[in-house]
Ligand binder design. Sequence first.
Ligand SMILES: [Zn+2]
Length: 462
Amino acid sequence: MDGYLSFAAPDPTILCMSAFDLLLVSCDVLTRDGNAYRVAPDCDIAISGNRIVEVLPTGQIDPGQAKSTVNAQDMFAIPGLINTHTHAAMVLFRGLAEDIPIESWFNDYIWPLESNEEPEDIYWGTLLAIAEMIQSGVTTFADHYFFCDEIAQAISETGIRAHIGWAVFGHEGLTKLDQTVDFARRWQGGAGGRITTWMAPHSPYLCDVDFLRETAARAKALGTGIHIHCSETHEQVTYSLEQHGVTPPGMLHRAGVFDVPVLLAHGIGLTPADIALLKDHDVAISQCPKTYMKLAMGTAPVRDLRAAGIPVGIGTDGVVSSNTLDVLEQMRLLALDQKQAAKDSTVLPIQEVLDIAFAGGAAALRSPDLGEIAPGKLADVVLLRTDGAHFFPRYDLLANLVYSARASDVDTVICDGKVLMQGRQLLTIDLPRVKAEVAARMQRLNQRATERRLATYPVPQK
Ligand SMILES: [Zn+2]
């Protein structure tokens, strides 16, 4: 019974006087002891307001002190999953761009399709994405998209937590950039603190140095971070060297982007010098392996990033490349892809995968109160059913979590102390209504006029 020894001994006086808002009773709990992830069997988790206040062996907390209880017997409690890079409302286009090269994916599909979007589409698309994420145990996501007021509205209504950046291309100019600044100012700390805003220039290949410099200055003045795509393929690195004489991270550094907290999506083409640069500037990386495998983009140097002490989190990217918003699936694929690329089955063992998913996700979003079930942390907790045939035997719950668990095992989701799903019933989203609203828009949204594309993906000379 060593899984909870690091917690403070219970003070019976405090326990008797406290009235918990929520008590999760009798679950196995994923805990962290230093860098080691372990299972604390048969524990109760007490929540007051939006914080976890106690995690103790069942029987030590009087259920009578809780305003409400959830029977979590035979469930496995894990921290709410963190999706560190996505474009949530791209669910509107799920299944429309399959088995094609990356240049065509951008130029013939994504950017023509996205030119059809109107603000209300983003509201309904984001609600659909949030429903899928809650059903998959995701309680925090980092969104990089358009019409962000509608995204923020969807987050406010559904109870999930999000980091939102309004995606902007350099050719849209400073007026547009300033609109994204206004959004970031308007919604910072919104939805009772569940919303954090970022600046979100698209990428070094679609924002020039001057535009990036202006973005960095605004982020610094606002006190926000910058969430941006970078070095998504080796060809992009070649293109950057030809056009600018530096790698994509070198260009970001030149523009002063690394003077503020930065979250880079992808980093497949990072060089050893890039990695040293990222480390020097406390840059974090998001990894979305399903997209990399599906678009044949290559494999990021995750081991080198981790060895350098750079935070690495898991993302799903948008579903037009990854098809789902399932972080459990991405965790598994990250481990498998890294093993396969290294031709070494010992690479990225279970403990490291868990550290990337939870501690890494929290670090990538600069949110140290996420990613752990422990007193004082934010009350984002997911209860997984473990009675499925694929979860049995339970010799090693951590192995089952990384290599066997499915999104459909998620039974109950708590975010910021509020129950958002219980018994797989979504409590804050009317999913049939959301699907009907999305369906009513599909005829208009799936038109593909390439002359209306939002941007053009630069194709490097071969
Ligand atoms: Zn992306």
